[in-house]
Design a protein around this ligand. Structure first.
Ligand SMILES: Cc1cc2nc3c(=O)[nH]c(=O)nc-3n(C[C@H](O)[C@H](O)[C@H](O)COP(=O)(O)OP(=O)(O)OC[C@H]3O[C@@H](n4cnc5c(N)ncnc54)[C@H](O)[C@@H]3O)c2cc1C
Ligand code: FES
Length: 258
């Protein structure tokens, strides 16, 4: 059950220009959060922006949670100006659909850009239980983040950049597709920009590989009350519109139209 909680910022790190990591004291949320959950943060108490901003839980650690966010607009800019010791009100953990941390032998995880952050807790929880390869795609060298962190929890990390300025040139999905020709993983987990997720979905449906996709739609309320995050669900007899915030953000690739 999500709760509203005042969380102290225990640590603040600037990872690269415009991208920040916060460690939050959030015991009741940390105790129940699962890999794939997110929180809604009240960035301002004095008016604009009125709506909370959704950010995924990057890591869960005992009584703390960590988040990593990129400054996009007003809300995340205000958030980035917070200091250690400041308190922010957080609603969470949110999301019913989370990653299934199950018994697998071989796992592939694919993340694009800031979409790699929600995948870290999953990789952490799979460490030692499965052979995990992380495929991370970024636009260029300056945007590459969390290489060391994923190396610490995964068996192998593949990094691609669109322009070839770091590691392999091209798309992470193309490397994953090549690897699948040799051996298919038991499951693929994915999060990233919509075009990447669409391509991942097309590939796994064609190849019949189980896959879970985390969608980061624009959101309003975060609790199923505003219809701001509708997605076409195709798992039942009749297609219907569901809420990413309530039923997701993680869906089976077979269950949603993206
Ligand atoms: C479930 C979920 C989890 C998320 N997790 C993370 C995370 O871990 N780290 C992170 O950096 N961001 C994450 N996001 C995206 C983040 O919520 C938005 O970037 C943020 O709300 C933008 O708020 P803002 O006030 O700064 O920008 P706004 O002023 O609201 O918008 C600025 C620009 O960002 C675009 N934008 C806003 N929201 C989104 C979105 N959801 N997806 C793509 N573009 C958007 C707008 O179209 C606009 O161009 C997540 C979103 C969702 C729905
Ligand atoms: S964000 Fe309001 S219904 Fe999902």
């Amino acid at each position: 059950m999500p709760i509203k909680l005042d969380c102290e910022i225990l640590k603040k790190e600037k990872i690269i220009e415009g991208i920040y990591k916060f460690t939050l004291k959030a015991e009741p949320i940390a105790k129940t959060a699962k890999a794939g959950n997110f929180i809604e943060i009240q960035v301002s108490t004095t008016g604009e922006p009125f709506l909370r901003r959704p950010i995924s839980i990057y890591s869960i650690d005992d009584d703390k949670i960590e988040i990593i966010f990129q400054v996009k607009g007003k809300g995340t800019e205000i958030l980035s100006e917070k200091k250690v010791g400041d308190v922010i009100n957080v609603l969470g953990p949110l999301g019913y659909g989370t990653f299934s941390v199950d018994n697998y032998k071989k796992v592939a995880i694919i993340g694009g850009g800031i979409g790699t952050y929600p995948l870290y807790e999953l990789a952490k929880q799979l460490k030692g239980k499965a052979d995990v390869t992380m495929y991370m795609g970024f636009r260029n060298k300056d945007l590459v983040t969390l290489e060391k962190e994923f190396e610490d929890v995964c068996n192998k990390v593949v990094i691609t950049t669109d322009d070839g300025s770091y590691k392999q040139k091209g798309f992470a999905l193309d490397v994953l597709k090549e690897d699948c020709k040799k051996e298919k993983p038991d499951i693929i987990f994915a999060c990233g920009p919509l075009p990447m997720l669409k391509a991942v979905q097309a590939f796994v449906l064609e190849e019949n590989i189980p896959c879970e996709i985390s969608l980061e739609e624009r959101m309003g309320c975060g609790i199923g009350a505003c219809l701001g995050c509708a997605v076409k669900v195709i798992s039942g007899k009749e297609p219907r519109y569901g809420h990413v915030c309530k039923e997701g953000p993680v869906f089976k690739a077979t269950d949603v139209e993206i």
